[in-house]
Design a binder for this molecule. Structure first.
Ligand code: UD1
Length: 420
């Protein structure tokens, strides 16, 4: 298994191009199942999760064909020939559960492996299932699979989510686009990736109102058609490289970074002593003097993203004060803490909160990556630490960060991938 070796202590300086958003690309690829025509997506990031989604779609009979040779434009389409999402693929990537709504809407049946537990928490899909039941689907559990069926067509319903869920909102949005009648999704997630999906669905002929709000109204249509859509830039990749610049005391230009998708992250970075300037082509990031402690609590959008929590904690490990980091979305998302502490950080976890007492320096160490964002937080710590850090088990990283070592090395970091 590949490892990443970092020799820390070099301030980053240079430019980084931010890719398309992974969490927008995955549901958008699934949206191609809603029509017989082709959906052409551009600005697709080149990531392991995109490959996994391509495999899953192929298994359903939907082809994912590259257009041109940079691998960033995909033409997706075909006829659904299988309604089964197998364990082998679903266990690798929870976003696989997003095929449930489109399969039921198009074919009236779906057999999807239960996603099961996941390193960062229980992450059930009960909200997806309850919403689809309200729209006329029936489910039963069979050998670890969820068997879903609908008699005729899904029908519209008013669905009030008890908690905000990105995946459930996306699944039901896609199902509702082809349902009979009006669906209202209340207390819907309003992450920018959902707005991106809704805009693409409307370009395919869907009738969705209330985009970017927590109340989506969908008037179902008989069929959707093909479209071309360019994926929004990845706000989490942007925030991650902003933290990389800040933690090394450097300065970077993040091309395509969008401040309007990063409100809470940018506010917190500024509070911590990081200069963020919104320029026409992206964001310019520069650490001013020292890093100051700033508290954060993760929340659904537009709150501080749980997907930025680990990276921000690495930053706070080197602040001149203390910071309280509270995780409200996932119950087990502090797995980076023991690894950061092995590098000299002073972090104590109590329940859903972590107290980070800043230290003047971190020291390099061999560390183990446990999930996607935890992995990158260890890379950030390694960039700032004295000596050598070896990040093991980096396959998590490749799920969500394209060419991370090349992007950082181009800004002067001493970082390399060692094939394992
Ligand atoms: C998505 C993102 C992930 C991000 C998360 C929260 C993708 C591919 N992944 O994951 O990167 O960290 O949003 O911003 O976009 N829950 C239930 N029942 C359900 C569904 C969710 O209890 O049926 C709970 C989850 O356990 C979690 C919370 O709701 O505690 C939020 O999860 P959700 O927003 O659904 O996350 P994902 O869509 O899986």
């Amino acid at each position: 298994m590949d490892r990443i070796r970092i020799r820390g202590g070099k301030p980053l300086s240079g430019e980084i191009i931010i890719g398309g958003a992974k969490n927008a690309a995955l549901p958008l690829m699934v949206a191609a199942m809603l029509t017989d025509q082709r959906l052409v997506l551009s600005n697709v990031p080149r990531l392991a999760d995109i490959q996994t989604m391509s495999l899953l779609l192929a298994q359903h009979g939907i082809a994912v064909d590259p257009v041109g040779n940079d691998g960033r434009t995909l033409s997706i389409g075909g006829t659904i020939t299988s309604t089964e999402a197998p364990y082998d693929i679903v266990r690798k990537m929870r976003a696989s559960a997003l095929v449930l709504g489109p399969l039921l809407a198009r074919t009236g049946e779906a057999r999807v492996s239960m996603p099961g537990g996941c390193a960062i928490g229980a992450r059930p899909i009960d909200l997806h299932l309850k919403g689809l039941e309200q729209m006329g689907a029936a489910f039963r559990l069979d050998g670890g699979y969820i068997d879903g069926a609908v008699n005729g067509r899904l029908h519209g319903a008013t669905i009030v989510f008890p908690i905000v869920s990105v995946g459930a909102t996306e699944n039901l949005l896609m199902a509702a686009a082809l349902a009979d009648g009006r669906t209202v999704l209340a207390n819907a997630a309003r992450e920018p990736e959902i707005g991106d999906l809704a805009r693409c669905l409307n370009a395919m002929g869907a009738q969705i109102a209330g985009i970017d709000s927590d109340r989506l109204t969908i008037d179902g249509v008989e069929r959707l058609h093909g479209a071309e859509h360019s994926i929004i830039p990845d706000r989490i990749e942007t925030g991650t490289y902003a933290c990389a610049a800040a933690i090394t005391g450097g300065e970077v230009m993040l091309h395509n970074g969008r401040v309007e998708h990063l409100g809470a992250t940018v506010r917190t970075l500024r509070e911590a002593g990081v200069d963020v300037v919104d320029l026409p082509g992206g964001l310019h990031i520069r650490r001013l003097n020292g890093l100051h402690g700033a508290d954060v609590m993760t929340e659904p959008y537009p709150g501080f993203p749980t997907d930025m929590q680990a990276q921000f904690m690495a930053l706070m490990a080197l602040s001149d004060g203390a910071a309280m980091v509270t995780e409200t979305i996932f119950e087990n998302r502090f797995m980076h803490v023991p690894e950061l502490n092995r590098m000299g950080a002073r972090i104590n976890v109590h329940g859903a909160s972590a107290i980070v007492r800043g230290v003047p320096t971190l020291s390099g160490a061999p560390v183990m990556a446990t999930d996607l964002r935890a992995s990158v937080s260890l890379i950030l710590a390694g960039l700032a630490a004295r000596g050598e850090t070896m990040v093991n088990r980096v396959y998590h990283l490749d799920r969500g960060y394209e060419a991370v070592e090349q992007k950082l090395a181009a800004c002067g970091a001493d970082i390399e991938r060692l094939p394992g």
